[in-house]
Write a protein that binds this ligand. Structure first.
Ligand code: 16G
Length: 254
């Protein structure tokens, strides 16, 4: 954010009837202009800079900034400052969808970068979740997934190599779920856990967000219609671009 002009809020306060608009509201609108003129993830000026630039108290700055945070227009990263939020959020329903489907549903183009594609022996966790013996050959894919070229999600997937023999030679699949479907192992249901986390420095660089940025970590074990476990996936979604939406129903009392 490059604007450094010093301007007070004096003349910009709107009146509502005879009442003067509260200063924090006037500042909130001024900051909103600044946010709208900026790119997602641009830093906002510091609290002190805002106090000087708009000639207002710390309390006024905090109230304005807090409101913009509640409105989802900015976000704070502990120790790093306040940044312009990205407005478009991908709302993920609880239907079993692939990354490609989620992104296409938003009329964006899914793509990605393969970070790792290797054969690994199943460790204890993968063996337990995929119902294979420890040491069974698995394919491990690590992919940075993008929407319209913007990083969205870091994904680690493990699956039994017998499900997709030859995948390692064919190279990166455009859609893993399409590959599984073609191989007669179409994903049909999944057990999923979602938890909040913070990205580490490497993940932050890949996802193009500041270090310690909030993320949603989704762990999924997916089965095909025959009940076979076809993947164990750990996906790290940028919390500013993803949310989960689901229908809940009230249990009927007898
Ligand atoms: C989603 C899945 C992931 C799956 C991938 C396949 C979640 C939490 N994870 O990211 O398990 O491997 O889609 O996407 O939804 P693709 O078919 O586009 O490769």
């Amino acid at each position: 954010m490059s604007r450094t002009t010093n301007r007070t809020l004096g003349g910009t306060g709107r009146t509502a009837g005879a009442k003067q608009e509260p200063k924090h509201e006037t500042l909130r609108r001024a900051l909103l202009d600044l946010v709208e003129a900026s790119a997602p993830h641009d830093p906002l000026p510091s609290e002190r800079e805002l106090m000087t630039r708009y000639d207002v108290s710390r309390v006024t700055v905090r109230r304005a900034v807090e409101r913009l945070g509640q409105e989802g227009r900015i976000y704070r990263v502990q120790g790093s400052g306040t940044f312009v939020a990205d407005r478009e959020t991908i709302s993920k329903s609880l239907h079993l969808t692939s990354f490609s489907e989620d992104i296409r549903a938003r009329r964006m183009t899914p793509a990605g970068r393969m970070l790792l594609m290797e054969r690994v022996p199943a460790d204890v966790v993968n063996a337990r979740d995929l119902f294979v013996e420890p040491g069974t050959p698995l394919i491990h894919l690590e992919r940075l997934r993008t929407a319209d070229g913007e990083p969205m999600c870091l994904e680690n997937v493990w699956l039994p190599e017998t499900l997709l023999p030859g995948l390692l030679d064919r190279g990166e699949p455009a859609s893993l779920y399409d590959e599984l479907e073609r191989a007669g192992a179409a994903p049909d249901s999944a057990q999923q856990t979602v938890r909040a986390t913070l990205v580490d420095a490497t993940q932050a660089t890949l996802l193009n967000v500041p270090p310690q940025f909030p993320a949603l970590c989704v762990e999924r074990v997916t089965r095909d219609a025959r009940g076979r476990a076809v993947e164990r996936a750990v996906s790290l979604y940028r919390a500013d671009r993803y949310d989960f939406t689901f229908t809940i129903t009230r249990e009927r009392r007898r």
